[in-house]
Design a protein around this ligand. Structure first.
Ligand code: GUN
Ligand code: FE
Length: 494
């Protein structure tokens, strides 16, 4: 077989909380994009294998090839609204900003323009896979799948279904459950025609969320997912008013989760967006059905939906991935999503820590006990219960890669560098992080990396890969993404 050999430092997170760093490694990829060998530490072997990494080091650069980045929740059609949300919250945001924009995708030329931009920009950020929500327009949705296939982005394509006659606007809704189902079937047929193997592009059953859909539509979409063996994506418990509305619209169901469970929409292939306000019982139901959670921290913070208790899902062994949720989220970058996941987990830790302190004061514990606890808090960060809510950089990177792959049931194909998996990767190039200033990430003047006189190559090695990754997560952006591959095909280059 014809193979390409990649050399360099390969970083991934096969398990939650730990980086795997293969320095001076080579990865052999066959013409089908499948990894055929991984060799650790080939330094000193000379010849072709060591060449690339040496070249970079001579330039004073260091490269790290890291794993695929699946965005488990992104509305391709909302891209033009990125950054526009005012002070709205979910339900008024949908009416004011979102539905009018999505309705404009009746124009195929507009769809072509926006979708091309979304795909090229997310690829430039290193998003190798995206689980897309499109709109309810079938031609535009089908075009999105064709464009993903041609640009080489791995994608799930969701034709958004929404037939509820009162919740949805009259100018933007399905005429009937049957109309939504037959439109979805048309998108399934189109995806099958462009990628029969579902190797890159696959349809995903997409009821917008419970309030947008009649019970009849939810039932039919559940049946469709089963008939065609397809994944499902939707939103759940994003906002307290939304949860209340679902209770009113589905009085026979015991909870929001129960609505999806009863309609055959809670399966091991279901991705639940947000999941901020689920009860303990609902989490057990999600776990029992094997569904995954798409954590969308930027959106949750900025349209002020709430703080997702990610640790509780991880503790239960529920699959968790990250989503940008453009344009509830203001950035299409998965790096920004990872960064916000770290921030939100810390805010949650502070909130819970304060609650615990208040409760402690109310209970009027003996003075010595309170003092002992406070001492514990400041001296032993791991034993402190609220501190445990904080995610580590390695955990955030796991959620952004392997966690997302698991949510999308792609873990046998992507997420780590292992023989038999497909080569989805991004090459990150950074300057000398050890000096600590942002400019060293290569963001200076010309936007390219320069060798500086005061930046001796000997400084390499003073900083661990864990530290470099942390600096990249907090300070990096798409300018650090030198190249991106999906299934062995280079799909972006700076
Ligand atoms: N709930 C229903 N539709 C949407 C949407 O488009 N974005 C978000 N964030 N939540 C939703
Ligand atoms: Fe969303």
């Amino acid at each position: 077989f014809k193979k390409t050999i990649y050399t360099g430092t390969f970083i991934s997170t096969p398990t939650l909380g730990a980086l795997e760093v293969l320095e001076n490694a080579t990865v052999g990829v066959d013409e089908g994009g499948v990894i055929r060998f991984v060799e650790r530490d080939v330094r000193g072997l000379g010849g072709e294998k060591g060449l690339d990494s040496r070249k970079h080091e001579e330039k004073g650069l260091k490269e790290a090839v890291t794993f695929s980045n699946p965005d488990t929740h992104i509305h391709a059609s909302q891209y033009p609204n990125t950054g526009l949300f005012g002070n709205s919250t979910l339900l008024d945001w949908l009416q004011k900003y979102t539905f009018p924009l999505e309705a404009s995708f009746s124009s195929l030329s507009r769809a072509q323009h926006v979708y091309t931009r979304v795909i090229t920009r997310t690829l430039a950020h290193g998003t190798t896979t995206a689980s897309y929500y499109a709109t309810l327009h079938t031609p535009a949705t089908n075009l999105l799948s064709t464009l993903c296939f041609h640009h080489g982005q791995r994608a799930k394509i969701g034709r958004v279904c929404m037939d509820h006659p009162t919740f949805n606007m009259s100018y933007y809704r399905d005429e009937s459950a049957e109309a939504a189902v037959s439109a979805t079937q048309a998108t399934i047929a189109h995806c099958n025609s462009i990628d029969p193997e579902r190797g890159l592009v696959e349809p995903i059953i997409t009821p917008r969320f419970a309030p947008s859909c009649t019970s009849a539509l939810l039932h039919q979409l559940g049946a469709l997912a089963k008939e065609y063996d397809l994944p499902i994506q939707t939103h759940i418990a994003e906002n307290p008013d939304e949860v209340k509305l679902v209770g009113e619209l589905f009085p026979d169901c015991t909870s929001y989760t129960d609505v999806y469970a009863r309609h055959g929409l809670l399966t091991p292939r279901t991705v639940l967006g947000h999941a901020i306000w689920l009860s303990a019982e609902e989490k057990e139901v999600v776990k029992a059905h094997g569904a995954g959670v798409s954590h969308c921290p930027v959106s949750n913070s900025y349209i002020s939906s709430g703080l997702c208790p990610v640790r509780s899902y991880l503790d239960l062994g529920i699959k968790v991935g990250l989503g940008t949720d453009v344009s509830g989220g203001w950035s299409g970058s998965m790096l920004v999503a990872a960064r916000e996941a770290l921030g939100v987990s810390r805010v949650l830790a502070s909130v819970e820590g304060n609650k615990a302190k208040d409760a402690g004061e109310e209970a009027e514990k003996p003075k010595e006990e309170v003092e002992k606890e406070m001492k514990l808090e400041t001296t032993d960060e791991d034993k402190n219960e609220s501190n445990r809510l904080k995610l580590s950089v390695e955990e955030a990177l796991y959620l952004a890669t392997v966690g997302g792959a698991k949510c999308l049931n792609l873990e046998s194909k992507i997420g780590t560098f292992e023989v038999g998996k497909e080569f989805d990767a991004q090459m990150i190039v950074c300057g000398d992080f050890s000096l600590g200033d942002e400019d060293e990430l290569g963001h200076g003047g010309k936007g390219k990396f320069e060798v500086r006189d005061d930046n001796p190559v000997e400084l390499w090695g003073q900083e661990s890969w864990q530290e470099r990754m942390a600096k990249w997560v907090f300070c990096g952006d798409d300018r650090n993404v030198e190249a991106v591959w999906v299934r062995g095909r280079k799909v972006h280059e700076r």
